[in-house]
Write a protein that binds this ligand. Structure first.
Ligand code: ADP
Ligand code: MG
Length: 421
């Protein structure tokens, strides 16, 4: 599909051409027509998928030169505000709209001068509210109100400021809410700020013909043995093993070495130089197995990974998608294996439901138990081990002790739950 097919105003279209935007991304193709039609829209898609243009293009179309402030975009940080404003300036270069950024840590005066001629405001909630309270900013002609990275704004404690900002805007404005993840804590914000919104969520793109996903069950004390078993069985070209903490990452790497598997840990606690060295070795194939945290993997350009092992499951779906997105790139085949012990089941179920992944069960037989050095004295299996039944078996979890939250072992929305396993 081309941008031309979205019936975009010709001067905006020509600005898009100038910056090399030819085809809309999925979130853009799905939300731009709805926003043009005047709907409130809630849009979710992964980082880097083009959400700015998804709301930015129709926002620029709807804004008229010389008619005062007509659009307000709230954004969690100064950096994001600047980035978004730049993008909006590009979309509106032919239209000549004035975009003013508003964020703290700098003087009020230059912003005030900008506000007098601006048609579009992009800013952080705190400083925007400061300007409103000083009477510097009139929002009564706002036509489009955007909450960008709404999840992050909530996490940063901006909910109340946003409430107060919104009070000064007309009832009938159009409301758009965009974010990379859609956690439950956004529900209030969605109810409060949108009306009959169209809810668009794009699936993380995984080429399921190239990426095969599997899961297998393990109780906690046999998980490491299972990992070694899988790594030896798969004999990967290059593998990444993901853990949820730095400490675990170090421990797994060390124990893999004890099993003669040459593994290196990489996490945010290492110096930048050290991380780069590990990655170089990995790229050059000197190290075949890297044990990583999510943070370490984010933003790093790691290619040609043949296998992803999830030693445990991250809480949020985006991290999971980032993990498995490390493999099956550029037409190469890849395999992702998720290892589930009891504490992983809730997160795993949510992630599978959210993305409708096709994940097959791997049965493991004759697992050889291996020693695991935790670096503590009195080594050995800890905890009670939990039930033997794993994910997907009908009575997994059961109701032992009666203290488990309802829904922790039974999917909340059973209609969406596809019991492939
Ligand atoms: P998100 O907000 O979803 O994280 P951005 O809006 O920041 O993503 O876009 C990510 C990058 O992709 C930016 O550099 C942007 O200019 C570019 N981009 C967005 N849409 C398109 C498109 N249709 N064609 C080409 N590049 C695009
Ligand atoms: Mg963005």
């Amino acid at each position: 599909m081309k941008f031309e097919e979205l019936n975009i105003e010709s001067c905006v279209l020509s600005s898009l051409k100038n910056i090399g935007f030819e085809e809309p991304t999925q979130i853009q193709a799905e939300t731009i027509p709805l926003i043009k039609d005047g709907h409130d829209v809630i849009g979710q898609s992964q980082t880097g998928s083009g959400k700015t243009a998804a709301f930015g293009i129709p926002l620029v179309e709807k804004t008229e030169k010389g008619s005062g402030i007509q659009a307000l975009v709230l954004s969690p940080t100064r950096e994001l505000s600047i980035q978004t404003a730049k993008e909006l300036e590009k979309f509106s270069s032919k239209k000549g709209l004035f975009v003013q950024t508003i964020y703290g840590g700098v003087g009020f005066e230059p912003q005030l001068r900008g506000l007098k001629k601006a048609e579009i405001i992009v800013g952080t909630p705190g400083r925007v509210l400061d300007h409103i309270r000083r009477g510097n900013m009139d929002l009564k002609n706002i036509k489009v109100f955007v909450l960008d990275e709404a999840d992050k704004m909530i996490d940063m404690g901006f909910a109340e400021d946003i409430d107060d900002i919104e009070k000064g805007m007309p009832e009938d404005k159009q409301n758009l809410l965009f974010c990379a993840t859609m956690p439950e804590r956004l529900d209030r914000m969605k109810r409060r700020f949108t009306k009959n919104a169209k809810d668009i969520r794009t699936k993380i793109k995984v080429d399921e013909s190239m990426l095969k996903q599997f899961y297998c069950n393990a109780d906690r004390k046999s998980k490491f043995s299972l990992l070694v078993h899988l790594v030896k069985q798969e004999n990967p070209e290059l593998a990444m093993i993901f853990c949820n903490s730095r400490r675990e990452t170090d421990m797994i790497a060390k124990n893999l070495k004890n099993q003669n598997i040459d593994a290196v840990a990489i996490h945010g606690g290492l110096t930048q130089a050290r991380r780069e060295r590990v990655l170089n070795d990995f790229h050059e194939g000197k190290v075949k197995v890297v044990v990583a945290t999510d943070v370490a993997s984010r933003g790093l350009d790691i290619k040609n990974v043949s296998h992803i092992f999830n030693y445990n499951i991250p809480k949020d779906a985006e991290s999971f998608a980032n993990r498995i997105g490390r493999t099956a790139r550029a037409g190469e085949e890849g395999k992702a294996i998720s290892m589930l012990s009891r504490e992983d089941h809730d997160s795993f179920r949510r992630i599978v439901n959210e993305f409708s992944y096709d994940i097959k069960k791997l049965e493991i037989e004759n697992l050889k138990m291996l020693p695991f050095d935790t670096g503590r004295r009195n080594d050995g299996p800890r905890g009670r081990g939990g039930p033997r039944r794993g994910f997907g078996s009908r009575s997994s979890g059961g109701s032992r002790g009666g203290r488990r939250r309802s829904g922790s072992s039974v999917p909340r929305d059973s209609s969406k739950f596809k019991p492939k396993w």
